[in-house]
Write a protein that binds this ligand. Structure first.
Ligand SMILES: Cc1cc2nc3c(=O)[nH]c(=O)nc-3n(C[C@H](O)[C@H](O)[C@H](O)COP(=O)(O)OP(=O)(O)OC[C@H]3O[C@@H](n4cnc5c(N)ncnc54)[C@H](O)[C@@H]3O)c2cc1C
Length: 298
């Protein structure tokens, strides 16, 4: 078995970025585990020290105001960064990193994977786990129109800002993270310092998908400025801009749309898997991958 990954390591959208000697999570901020198979692997990852429980003081936006909204949801984060979950799952695997597959075709009873460097690899079975929007160019000899039009992804602008003071709701309750609720810009806000093992005073803000779509071609500095101004207005704090990251394909538009078992066979021996086929989220990605692995083994 060979695994090709275009970036420098496993993790994908469990991404972090290095800024001034510190790292900050810029993709998924946490994950949940509801299905027994995922709960089991998360529990092993916790025992092995790759994942920790995160117990933020939660808030949400109601009528545009920040309000404390404590809950009992169990949340997990990779430690020291989110991609630790990817590294945990990949421990026994050999991954060829920094290799981007450009196209996959089928002839002479084999699949041919051509890298962006022009190298060709052959295989009798292939599992493709790239986000659905990138599938069409990857599989030019297959008609991906149906799956690509049904399983669409939404964008997210992510902004990292530096805040020396803590976030508080309008009744002065301290908050570590907030859902966007009915706020027209914010989708999720989280403070790095509240997560186990993080020391920075960075705050990560994901913008709502529809706001992100409207602003998708804006300059990062303009998006940073708009989000920082919204943070300053709501929380009455002063904010230092750090970075803005554009996710063109962040999360499935409709997470309730799934395929049976979360995988899809395009051609005999050619499978696709990923979060978007199994309810979105980290848990969906894992369950889809496990199902695909079982089918390939059969
Ligand atoms: C802003 C944001 C917020 C999120 N919030 C949450 C959350 O709160 N909770 C939650 O559970 N989930 C959240 N998610 C979703 C979660 O991150 C994803 O569901 C999950 O990580 C998807 O895993 P995946 O393996 O299906 O895809 P990915 O993580 O996208 O992995 C695909 C991999 O394929 C590689 N790749 C792509 N193209 C090629 C190619 N041509 N050749 C070689 N390699 C390639 C990529 O580099 C990547 O490593 C969020 C995502 C984003 C972006």
């Amino acid at each position: 078995m060979e695994i090709f990954e275009k970036s420098r390591g496993p993790g994908g959208r469990l991404a972090s970025k290095r800024i001034d000697g510190l790292r900050v999570d810029i993709g998924a901020q946490f994950f949940t585990a509801r299905e027994p198979r995922f709960q089991e692997v998360v529990s092993h990852a916790v025992d092995a020290g790759f994942v920790k429980r995160w117990r933020p003081r939660m808030g949400t936006f109601i009528n545009g105001h920040a309000m404390a909204s404590p809950d009992f949801q169990e949340r997990f984060v990779g430690t020291p960064y989110m991609n630790a979950m990817g590294r945990y799952l990949a421990q026994s695997l050999t991954i060829t990193t920094q290799l981007q597959v450009a196209t996959i075709s089928h002839h002479d009873n084999q699949f041919h994977l051509t890298s962006t460097d022009g190298d060709v690899y052959t295989a009798s079975q292939v599992l493709v786990t790239v986000p659905v929007d990138q599938m069409t160019s990857l599989l030019p000899s297959y008609d991906m129109g149906d799956i690509a039009s049904r399983f669409t992804m939404e964008p997210t602008w992510t902004v990292v800002s530096d805040l020396e003071t803590s976030l508080r709701d309008r009744h002065d309750n301290p908050l570590d993270a907030l859902f966007g609720g009915d706020h027209n810009v914010f989708d999720f806000i989280s403070t790095e310092r509240s997560k186990p093992g993080r020391e920075s005073s960075y705050v990560v803000t994901h913008a709502k998908p529809d706001w992100s779509a409207i602003h998708i071609e804006d300059e990062p500095a303009s998006v940073q400025n708009q989000i920082d101004t919204a943070l300053e207005t709501i929380f009455g704090v002063s904010v230092k801009p750090i970075i803005a990251h554009r996710w063109r394909f962040a999360r499935p538009t409709d997470p309730t749309l799934t395929t049976q078992k979360g995988v899809f066979e395009i051609d005999e021996g050619l499978w696709v898997a990923g979060d978007y086929l199994a309810g979105g989220r980290v848990e969906g990605a894992y369950l889809s991958g496990i199902e695909a692995a079982e089918r390939l083994n059969r």
